[in-house]
Design a binder for this molecule. Structure first.
Ligand SMILES: [Zn+2]
Length: 135
């Protein structure tokens, strides 16, 4: 068993291993295996086999950069579906445009202000009140 462990860790060296996308594929595969216990479907078995192949190919892949990019794409998609990433996406969009999202201290409305202007007076377009902020 020890020999196998050593062999395995050597084998995995420089290979990609697990990530969130692989875990997701694994869960789907497991779910499909369970479903196929009850519903015998050739189609389902094929999908399970294909998913397993993808899972192992990704795990043992040496193209780590490519796999990381796939995982990042998956996480982005996941955030889109769960909706949990909405706030983050707004912030990301703002920083792409050289802006920052601020919250008005009076009405809690979100304002987008340019970054790098130093201390500026901001007039909230919603409640028309002014406040100072360093950006
Ligand atoms: Zn306001």
């Amino acid at each position: 068993m020890n020999g196998f462990k050593r062999w395995f860790s050597q084998f995995m060296m420089g290979r990609y291993g697990m990530d969130q996308l692989n875990r997701f594929i694994m869960y789907i595969t497991l779910a499909l295996i369970i479903v196929s216990f009850f519903a015998h479907s050739r189609m389902l078995s094929w999908i399970t086999i294909v998913l397993l192949i993808i899972l192992y190919c990704r795990m043992f892949s040496r193209s780590i950069y490519k796999r990381q990019k796939e995982n990042a794409k998956y996480l982005e998609l996941k955030a889109k579906f769960t909706g949990g990433g909405r706030e983050q996406r707004q912030d990301r969009k703002a920083s792409r445009e050289g802006k920052r999202v601020l919250i008005c201290p009076y009405c809690k409305e979100k304002l987008r202000v340019p970054v790098g202007a130093g201390k500026i007076k901001i007039r909230c377009p919603h409640c028309k009140k002014e406040f100072e902020e360093t950006v």
